[in-house]
Write a protein that binds this ligand. Sequence first.
Ligand code: HEM
Length: 571
Amino acid sequence: MNSFQQVFDRWQTNKETFSSKNAWLAAEIVLATCMVLWLYRYVQLFQQVRGLYTIHSLIEVLEAPHRTKIPHIPVLIPTRKYTLQDPWKKYKTAKSDLIAYTQATTPGYAVYSISNPQVVQKVLADVLSFGKPVESMGYKQLNVFGKQLVSTQSGPEHRRHRSVVKGCFSEEVMRTVWDRSIESLDTMLSTEKVEDGGVLEHVREAMYKLTLLVIGAAGFGLKFPWSIPTTEGGSPYDVVTFHEALHLVEYHLVAELLVPVWILENFPLPSVRRLGNAQRSLRHHFKTMIATRRDALQAEQAGLGPQEKIKPPSDLLGAIVASQMDIEAEEKARGGKGTSKAGLTSEEQMGNVWIFIFAGHETSGQTLTFTLGHLAMYPEWQEKIFQEIEEVCQGSHPTYRDMNNLPSVLACVYETLRLRDLISLNQKLALKDTVLPYTTWDDLGQITNHTHTIKKGSHVLVDFAASGQNPFFYRDPHRWDPSRWYGEEGNKNRSHLFNFSAGPRACIGRRFAEVEMTAILSTLIKKVKFEPVRQKGETDEQMYDRMTQGHEVFLLTPNSFPLKFTKRQGA
Ligand code: HEM
């Protein structure tokens, strides 16, 4: 019996050793296969970008929303080579307007960036060849409240979302945008007590609030207060007010978008728990807004005859909610069968409410701040705008009807966007193999034209910022000079103005932003002159940088600075 037991035990030990050896062997084979596959794909990637100036990196840098936090590790992660502070620098080094990037962590596809305005135009127009990499982190993170227009794929999905809101940008609505912008500016001047002159301390924060007031009033029928009260404490069960929740989510956007809400809500630090609370609260507020608007629309419909339909709402919230009601009515008429291809789901409604509030004020708030910073450093342009207003409005305040006769305001805005593009890079996905033209040049500036085949699945970064500073298209490109937006030169430059993107995926809010910014800047300049407030011991150059530079957060964000206002005579 004993000897039988011994034989059995030895067999058992051998079996275990044998099976654990086998497990190791299997793991080694899997690992080796993965390595070979990775190497094979990586070599293929190198072949794809052959002939182009290429920047190699161990990990994804250029497309990462947190790129400014990634450390520079020479050779392995050359973060500094990607800097957006001087967007043209890398193309200047490459002597090429097309650059390739390989990333060891994503050997499956090559990344390219383009900075030739003519090629940019071609890529933006061709949605059959270039879609959106909607699965990338950059776009996915915007879906924090649900899928929305910006992150839809080009084609039927994009058209479905866009058709819901396209009626909200009519001329009639633009007149409202102008009026709400003036009212909001007046609120800012009186609450900050600078209408008769004085110092507006935090211009960037003031511009964010101002543009939030405008999109809130013009798009959502919301009246935000200028002073945002804060509720103390960090209980995850408190519902903070709408504007406070929005304020918190926006000011901590990267954390809100990258860290799941349940982690935020259960984090040991109360300040972090508060961010989770804000996101949950915002969701609650969006739901309430949608439900309240729906009740109002349903009540309106109930007051009409059976064959009558309510007028399509022209505000964004109304349009988003009504689209869902139309679908339900359509499905009811069909006996509740089938799913409609139009309208938005409940999640998509929330996603779109969020994106229109977010994209509808961050972008113009930042652009206004950058423009005010530049105008403070170039008082002659404030004077030019003022003289234009005096000539056109004959001493009165500008109105929406005057907008087309005040070209200097938008010239200053376009020039600021050209040098300080907040979006900077626009990601595209090659949907098929496509040939891209590009140019290289030698030390004497002699240009040679080439083409390169971009393989299906590659990412193409449309470098709006570098394209706006391409010296082959813009004279003295680093100089802030709004005069380049007049006459023939202006027409040519306007055809290459990509800061609002172009083609079918162009910014739907461009006119909204232009009307809002013209109303605010022209009315402000009619009332006051403004100048920078010099810090102790600061040189002219340091002050210029402080007033006009920004840093990259999620978007290129301007520095915050104070402005000294002096009331104009008779204003
Ligand atoms: C200075 C102000 C603005 C700038 C520079 C700007 C820029 C842009 C850019 C570059 C895009 C393309 C993004 C992409 O393809 O991923 C875009 C799209 C978009 N923008 Fe704006 N924008 C501004 C103001 C606004 C405003 C005021 C609104 C809303 C009222 C808005 C709403 C949107 C939406 C919804 C899209 C997605 C459009 C689509 O894909 O069909 N934007 N914007």
